[in-house]
Design a protein around this ligand. Structure first.
Ligand code: NAG
Ligand code: NAG
Ligand code: NAG
Ligand code: NAG
Length: 324
């Protein structure tokens, strides 16, 4: 019972070829690039006498070379092979994807067992001519979405995207389509400004292409700085306005329905009629967006002396007027 079982296992292994392994060939799998050479190296020790026969075949049925007293080189292998008759090692040059498949070596020595080995060859065409479609229109934060396509010649088995050297992963705003060939960013954000790179590769090669993104944004809500922070009557005061924006924003102020060019309002001597609400408006010429902030200019003079000086002032002014 047990013996019969073992027997069938052995038979199955033999008939499915699992017992072959790589035989005398040093590797059972080899990868090559189109146009290059591959070498099938054997572990066969050169014998004292030349082998009776030596044959390399492709995909079981195609003769690559059969060497007895004469060499018969298969069609399509002329000038492409170099055979070492003492070890069976074979160099196959100028390989193409059509050369992908199984190669088998059989050696018949003078006496002794047949020597056999197989090797699987995979020929890939190197990735070349990478190209990336960079957006040409203005990219505006929160409004634009963009698709960037990466293409290349040759067999592309993987496409990776990087931003400033770090891999991009799909998430809220990033997604990948058509087997990663297309990177979609929606909506676009100011953080996306930078260098986008696609890396197309296969097992034997890779190429990259890149694209610089400029995302226009803003203006954000302006901030107003008053100098000095506590302004007193008759003092010099300035109000300056700033807002994050790309390109830089242009500014104007509105005070009592009057428009004042920005970003800074200069008041040489603060007077009563200068006090009140100043509105700074920032404007971005590319995004066509505006943002405003209101700042109230107050009199921070000490209350008593403040009102007194004002009185003195009024008295003086009226006195002067009367003199004229
Ligand atoms: C390699 O093979 C290609 C196509 O099979 C052929 O056009 C080319 O001339 C060959 N190059 C060499 C150096 O043999
Ligand atoms: C050789 O065999 C492999 C499978 O092992 C197959 O993919 C390939 O197309 C075959 N090549 C030719 C030229 O018949
Ligand atoms: C980007 O590609 C996606 C998916 O193919 C499509 O739905 C979307 O309309 C495209 N967006 C742009 C801006 O071309
Ligand atoms: C591109 O991908 C290949 C294969 O994954 C990797 O070896 C290589 O370092 C990558 N290059 C860049 C610039 O990311």
């Amino acid at each position: 019972m047990k013996n019969t079982f073992l027997c069938s296992v052995v038979l199955v292994l033999l008939s499915t070829g699992l017992c072959h392994g790589s035989g005398v060939i040093t590797v059972d799998f080899l990868r090559g690039a189109t146009g290059e050479s591959v070498t099938f190296t054997t572990s066969v020790k050169p014998a004292a006498e030349p082998f009776l026969a030596l044959t390399w075949s492709f995909n079981t049925t195609v003769n690559v070379v059969t060497s007895t007293s004469v060499d018969i080189v298969g069609q399509g292998y002329e000038n492409r092979i170099v055979l070492d008759k003492s070890t069976g090692s074979l160099v196959l040059s100028n390989v193409t994807e059509k050369d992908s498949g199984e190669y088998e070596l059989i050696i018949i020595p003078h006496g002794g067992e047949h020597i056999q080995g197989t090797v699987e060859l995979e020929v890939l065409t190197a990735v070349s001519n990478p190209s990336i479609s960079c957006p040409t229109e203005n990219l505006i934060e929160g409004k634009s979405s963009v698709n960037i396509t990466c293409d290349a010649d040759g067999l592309v088995s993987s496409t990776l995207w990087l931003k400033d050297g770090k891999p991009l992963v799909s998430g809220d705003r990033f997604s990948f389509h058509h087997g990663n060939r297309v990177l979609s960013i929606s909506p676009i954000d100011r953080k996306d400004t930078g260098l986008i790179l696609c890396n197309v590769s296969n097992a034997i090669s890779y190429q990259t292409a890149e694209c610089r993104l400029h995302v226009y944004y803003g203006p954000d809500k302006p901030t107003v700085t008053q100098k000095p922070r506590r302004a007193e009557m008759e003092e010099k005061v300035s109000l300056s306005c700033f807002a994050e924006s790309l390109p830089e924003a242009t500014f104007f102020w509105t005070f009592r329905n009057r428009k004042i060019p920005g970003p800074v309002v200069h008041i040489k001597e603060m007077e009563e009629h200068h006090l009140g609400a100043y509105t700074c408006t920032a404007r971005n010429a590319v995004t066509h967006r505006e943002a405003s902030e209101v700042h109230r200019l107050r009199d921070s003079s000490p209350i008593i002396s403040g009102s007194m000086s004002m009185m003195v002032c009024t008295v003086l002014t009226s006195g002067a007027l009367m003199l004229i």
